[in-house]
Design a binder for this molecule. Structure first.
Ligand code: SF4
Length: 486
């Protein structure tokens, strides 16, 4: 049995029915759907073999790969089987995305429903589970990391209350081995370790995953050059993986029988580019490689500006992708319809165009996506610092101009991150009448498109038809509830 066990709570140990977008369901609080049914619909547990999940979150797989590279005896285990593995372990590493529900999507939903979201509930119930409590009494050390580690800066007491020995924040490849070694040997470790920019790994220092990731996700690179003030990612250096590395990670998932992938970057359209102009040659080579190897592909994120700047390139990529599927998805940050706000807090988000034309850049980029069957889940930020009523009205105009474009538009309350981390949080008590109208306009947009997106998402197998009807039923109930509020 291993000295190091890695895990994540059950909202992360799921493949969301092979649809990353359904993972957004973990941000919602318990609601009108019974918990057992909601959990099945949005985050069914992964299959396991002797307690080992057949897939695991990509970030957890990277930690696993790094620790294996350094010679640790590591096993990744489903949270349900910790009782079997922890009695022999010295350290438990836990991956987290949103441990207290402070991420933008969960804060927004928690404010509206006035309840703690599922992901926070499951993170905390994992940490307080009898298996972990018992192992803690026997000296187990608990180390928590992942994209949600920043939230512990706002919940310092929870580190102690939940029995956590160390929180690791940032890209940890170069320091994680030292921390786990110190924990195993009983040496003192910091309760919160923030990885400095100088400690971030170079491309050569980032190991390949050695076991399959959830939904075949593979990274294309790290960092972003757009510098939006509300974003943590922008503080990291930009690095793109060579095709050989991406190919090796795809092969790990394919060897385990997974035929789909989600390629992950802050802007997939900028793969291989060191500025805000897409590199045709690199993007085409990437998609030729990926579409030959897998039969289903999605993008994690892309920008409207990059798409609007190269419509012919997107058409060529679409041709490659649609050989195997009828559409594909990506998350897209629109954030605002106001050029004034765009100029202040995200001037480079419109590059190579000017932020003065942000509204038109968004409409143009979204139109190109619609024509090429790229269906985005778009985010808007509500309550940005210095936002005026006129800015919110401009965002409503933009939402109206996007009504014919296949997409979801999700309004999120402002969360102070990145260069704006000392600003105030936005809460539901600050929601003005125009904010409420904006939220309703987004809900109406989404209800207009949801059935079309479900039809595209659930095709083929007979059980897909049944699942589709379930989600349509859920959407119809949600629609009725929202219209009652209106
Ligand atoms: S484009 Fe996205 S990832 Fe890049 S800085 Fe802006 S919000 Fe962050």
């Amino acid at each position: 049995m291993a000295e190091v066990i890695l895990t994540a709570d059950r909202t992360l140990m799921s493949n969301y029915h092979n649809n990353e977008f359904l993972g957004f369901g973990t941000c919602a609080p318990p609601n009108f759907i019974p918990e057992w049914l909601y959990s099945y619909l949005f985050f069914p547990p992964l299959k396991t073999k002797s307690g080992h999940p057949k897939q695991a979150p990509y970030g957890l797989r990277k930690t696993e790969a790094q620790l294996l590279k350094e010679g640790f005896h590591v096993e990744t285990v489903s949270p349900k089987y910790l009782g079997k593995y922890l009695p022999n372990a010295k350290v438990l590493g836990i991956h987290t995305m949103d441990p207290f529900g402070l991420g933008p999507a969960s804060t927004t939903l928690a404010s509206i429903f006035k309840k703690e979201p599922y992901l926070a509930k499951h993170f905390q119930s994992l940490l307080t589970s009898p298996a972990i409590k018992k192992a803690k009494q026997n000296g187990l050390k608990v180390i928590v990391g992942g994209p949600g580690a920043w939230q512990f800066r706002y919940r310092e007491k929870a580190v102690h209350d939940l029995g956590i020995d160390c929180v690791v924040e940032g890209e940890a490849e170069n320091i994680i081995g030292k921390i786990f070694k110190a924990a195993i040997e009983g040496e003192p470790i910091l309760s919160h370790y923030e990885v400095g920019i100088g400690e971030a790994p170079t491309l050569e220092e980032i190991p390949d995953i050695v076991s399959p990731s959830v939904n075949g996700l593979v990274e294309l690179g790290r960092g972003c050059c757009r510098g939006c003030q509300f974003c943590n990612v922008t503080l990291r250096p930009l690095r793109w993986y060579p095709l050989e590395k991406i190919n090796r990670e795809l092969s790990v998932n394919i060897a385990a029988g997974y035929t789909g992938t989600c390629i992950h970057a802050e802007d997939v359209m900028l793969y291989g580019s060191n500025n805000t102009t897409p590199n045709d040659e690199k993007l085409l080579a990437l998609h030729e490689l990926v579409t030959k190897k897998v039969t289903g592909l999605s993008w994690s994120h892309c920008s409207v500006a990059a798409v609007a700047s190269k419509p012919k390139l997107l058409a060529k990529l679409s041709e490659l992708i649609l050989q195997n599927q009828t559409w594909w998805g990506a998350e897209v940050g629109i954030e605002t319809g106001s050029s004034e706000i765009a100029k202040k807090i995200m001037p480079a988000k419109a590059h190579p165009f000017s932020a003065d034309n942000w509204h038109d850049v968004v409409v143009e980029g979204m139109g190109v996506m619609h024509d090429n069957m790229l269906a985005p889940a778009c985010t808007l930020i509500v309550g940005l610092p210095e936002e005026q009523e006129s800015d919110v009205l401009k965002t409503m105009e933009l939402v109206d101009d996007l009504k014919d474009m296949r997409s979801l538009i999700v309004p999120l309350f402002f969360v102070p991150l990145g260069k704006l981390k000392s600003e105030d949080w936005f809460t539901d008590t600050q929601l003005s009448e125009v904010h409420k109208q904006l939220l309703i306009a987004c809900a109406e947009h989404d209800f207009h498109w949801i059935d079309n997106l479900l039809d595209l998402s659930f095709t083929g197998k007979w059980y897909s038809q049944i699942s589709k009807e379930f989600y349509k039923g859920f959407s119809a109930i949600a629609k009725r509830k929202v219209r009652q509020i209106e």
